[in-house]
Ligand binder design. Sequence first.
Ligand code: DLL
Length: 433
Amino acid sequence: MPETGLAGLAELTQEELRARQLAGLRQTLRRVYANVPFYTGRLDKLGMVPDDVQDLADLARLPLTTKDELRSTYPFGLLAVPRERVRRVHASSGTSGAPTVVAYTERDLSTWAEVVARSIAAAGGRPGHLVHVAYGYGLFTGGLGAHYGAERLGCTVIPASGGRTSRQVQLINDLRPEVIMVTPTYMLTILDEFERQGLDPARSSLKVGIFGAEPWSEAMRAEIEARAGIDAVDIYGLSEVIGPGVAQESAETKDGLHVWEDHFYPEIVDPATGEPLPDGERGELVLTTLTKEGMPVIRYRTRDLTRLLPGTAHAPFRRMEKVTGRSDDMIILRGVNVFPTQIEDVVLRVPGLAPHFQLLLAREGRMDTMTVLVEADPGAPAARGREAAAEVVAAVKDAVGVTVAVEVTGPGSLARSEGKLSRVIDRREAPQM
Ligand code: DLL
């Protein structure tokens, strides 16, 4: 692990880490019990006080917290400090209903910058590097989160934000950044723009891409690495917990993301029952903040599906496997669970297709159908389309176990991402009651 931002942490023993986590947990529980009626009520109902938590395993006695519960306290119901101590708010990217506002004290902003600085260092960024931030700036945590982390590491930040893709390419060419931080699907849009301008992105100054905010497959990693000539690594996070920088993959190993466990305590639970699962088993990630002041969360259900793996020789922090998808993104197609990343993994491996696709869900009679709309690669002969479509049908049947229709569309016909991309178009009506 690089020295910056991780000073002393690589040598931390498991015992020291667990002791630190327990101290952080107990302090967090005392803080929320004293200041947040929502949590006071929950502990009272269980007949518990914070000091009853004597061990990290006792955390599992507390109830899980859901997004709806955060919504129900909108906007400031979960603050554990007076509003005047809040230095900044962000809001999570809710698709419907009231958004959830999250709040940071001065110290929370500093913690956040620290975990993002660590993340950039683990990805291969170094002080003095130029970092091009093309995550959106604003209420979304991506832009400002990446920005202050890069500054904390001692990098020079290009705060490009999302959109205006031709200008993104110009900035990269002129300012020559080593690092780019952006969603993987917007990176594809930027790569297309390079090529549209007759430039080879593999010859750009970029060496590392730090991609997150949406699920992406190993095939997407291979596609981006080959076209951009960079190392593509995964950064994970969510607004409710802090933003980007909850977990980060190392550029050296690219084998799962180290959870910065001294600040965020991970558990995996069975998504159906909420019961804790042992490390190594797949389920839903649940996170508890250990050091946050403004809006700590206790056992927050992320809906993200993954599993926990042991730390490595580089760091004691457990790793989480690349997130395959959210439980709420899972499509149930004629009884088979399908994640958009599984389709991505197939589509990106079939020659003659561009890495741009959408999933169209419809209902014919009582049967749900899925059509994969995928663009032809502009360099492929027109006749290739039919063959490629048949190959996708066969590979999806083989890998996922379900039959889909595939329609190969013309280059440039599908919407491009400028941030988080929504791949699914759902034309099924609500089921008849
Ligand atoms: O997306 C924070 C972020 C910004 C992370 C930039 C990484 C980079 P939200 O808008 O609250 O926050 O969305 C959080 O996005 O629960 C996951 O479902 C998804 N997500 C975030 N990172 C990844 C990732 C930001 N690396 C939600 N892989 C999370 C898969 C991810 N999904």
